[in-house]
Each structure stands twice: as C-alpha cells, then as structure tokens.
Design a protein around this ligand. Structure first.
Ligand SMILES: Nc1ncnc2c1ncn2[C@@H]1O[C@H](COP(=O)(O)OP(=O)(O)O)[C@@H](O)[C@H]1O
Ligand SMILES: [Mg+2]
Length: 263
C-alpha cells in the first residue's frame, strides 16, 4: 500500500528512569512520524510491547507527561516538551468518576474541547452509539462491566479532542468478542483524523501487531540494566499495516516469532 512518512509528531530522546539506584528504563529513543496515504485520513498506531514488569506503565506515564524521567525528553509538535493534558490517557483500570454517571463524565470531557462547542450532546450520543454504550449513559461506572468501562474511558478521552491517545494494556481483561470490537474501534479512531496518534502499551503481542503500523519491543539487553527498545518493526514496510484478518498470514506469524525472541 502506498504511503509516506513525513513530519515528526513525537520524539523521545535519551530517556532514562531510575528508582533510587535501580534503573527501570535505559536510553529510550524513538520518533513517531506522520503517515500520509493518498486519499485516506490515516492516523498513526504505535505499540510498545514488553513483558509484564518491564517498565511499560512507567514509560506510559512519561509519554503522557504525568511522570518525569530521570533524564531525557519527550517532545511533541515542534519540540515542545509534553505536559499533562496534552494527551488523552486511558489507564489500565479505566479511571472514571465513580460518583458521576457515564453521561456526565463524558459531558465534562466534551466541554473541554472547543471544537465541540454547542455539539457536545450530539458527539456523546454518536460515540456512545458507535461504541455500543447508549443504554449505559445513565449508569454509574460501578454498574458497568470491565469492557464497558474501557469503552466509556476511550470515548471520554476522544471527546477531549487531543491529537494523541495513549492506552495502557487496552486488550487485557476483555473477552474475545469484545476484544475484536475494541480493535475495530481503535482502527476506526485511527482513520477518523490524520493527526490522531494512538500509542498502545501492551504485553499482548498478537493484538498489538494486528492493530499497529509500528511496534517497538521493550526488553533487557544482556549485562545491561533497565529496559530499552531492542527492536523497531515497521509494519507498513512489511505490508502488515491497515489490514483486517492478517493473523493467518505468514509474514504476521513470522513477525510474532521475531518479537518473542526479543522479550
Ligand atoms: N514507585 C515505584 N518505586 C520503585 N519501583 C517502582 C515504582 N513503580 C514501579 N516500579 C518498578 O518499575 C518496574 C516497572 O513497572 P511497570 O512500569 O509497572 O511495568 P509494566 O507496566 O511493564 O508491567 C517494576 O519493576 C516495578 O517494581
Ligand atoms: Mg503496566
């Protein structure tokens, strides 16, 4: 498929993270570029894959501007350091306001987005319909299943209108049918706006590769402390991006093996 990579949208440079003397992350460097496809509104989907406990959530917090690295920088659009609020964040535990109904939580998010002024309700109902949550808008988070909370949390972050959407382990704890639906929805989100960039942090290799255009594999290098990026895989170049039903393709299966070898 035809595509070009243009402007740098996000740049991670020499990020290190220590807790006391223990190094968690070491020399993390990568760039996310704008992908342009002729005649398409193509956003970016990037996954950071690693074993559990490797430091993904710590990196996630740094990318979101919620945590500071011990050294190094994360910059977005024209070398601006990222700060809290620049990115939509969907946490692993699908944080919602427990004392507010889903609708009022979503309304609060929509009101922060100037592009939705006067159209907040319409936008909420449209997303709720797409994400199969219309009937649950009046409910409180504790009345929802894990999958429903997750979808509500994704909508909440999309209503915010940020160009970046960061998701920590979005595929865990979902049953297989819900998982397929979430993958489909996230792909739709990545096609809804050229500027939208999804950054997914996950230990689920198969689903991450199925949904992404680029994956970074986080792992330990022998004899060195902390997790670093051991491999970058450009799935566009392998013709594995933007396709449905790729899980049976040889190139897909080979890619999973290649990633497993690095974990
Ligand atoms: N506040 C903290 N103080 C010390 N170590 C921490 C703290 N938070 C996380 N860690 C350590 O950082 C490492 C990475 O954790 P995390 O990013 O949550 O892993 P992942 O998300 O990949 O499962 C773990 O070894 C964890 O024990
Ligand atoms: Mg984690």
């Amino acid at each position: 498929m035809e595509y070009t990579k243009t402007d740098v949208l996000l740049k991670v440079k020499d990020v290190n993270l220590f807790y006391g003397t223990k190094q968690i992350l070491r020399d993390i460097n990568f760039e996310i570029k704008d992908i342009v496809r002729p005649g398409m509104k193509q956003g970016q989907v990037v996954s950071l894959i690693g074993r559990s406990g490797i430091g993904k959530t710590q990196l996630f917090r740094i990318l979101a501007g919620l945590g500071k690295p011990s050294s190094g920088t994360v910059t977005i659009s024209k070398d601006k350091p990222v700060k809290a609020g620049d990115m939509g964040v969907v946490f692993q535990n699908y944080y919602l306001f427990e004392w507010r109904t889903v609708y009022t939580s979503l309304e609060l998010a929509a009101k922060k987005n100037p592009a939705l002024k006067g159209k907040e309700k319409e936008a909420i109902y449209k997303y709720a319909e797409d994400f199969n949550l219309t009937e649950h808008l009046k409910r409180y988070p504790k009345e929802l299943s894990g999958g429903q909370r997750q979808r509500a949390s994704i909508i909440q972050q999309m209503l915010n209108g940020t160009d970046f959407l960061l998701l920590d382990e979005p595929f865990s704890g979902l049953d297989i049918l819900v998982l397929d639906r979430v993958v489909e929805l996230l792909l739709d989100v990545s096609l809804s706006d050229e500027l939208k960039t999804l950054i997914i942090v996950s230990h689920d290799i198969g689903t991450s590769v199925a949904i992404s255009d680029t994956v970074y594999v986080l792992g330990h290098e022998e004899g060195k402390p902390g997790a670093t990026i051991k491999k970058e895989i450009d799935l566009c170049a392998r013709d594995l991006a933007w396709k449905k039903n790729i899980r049976t393709e040889k190139a897909f299966i080979d890619t999973l093996q290649e990633i497993k070898a690095e974990l």
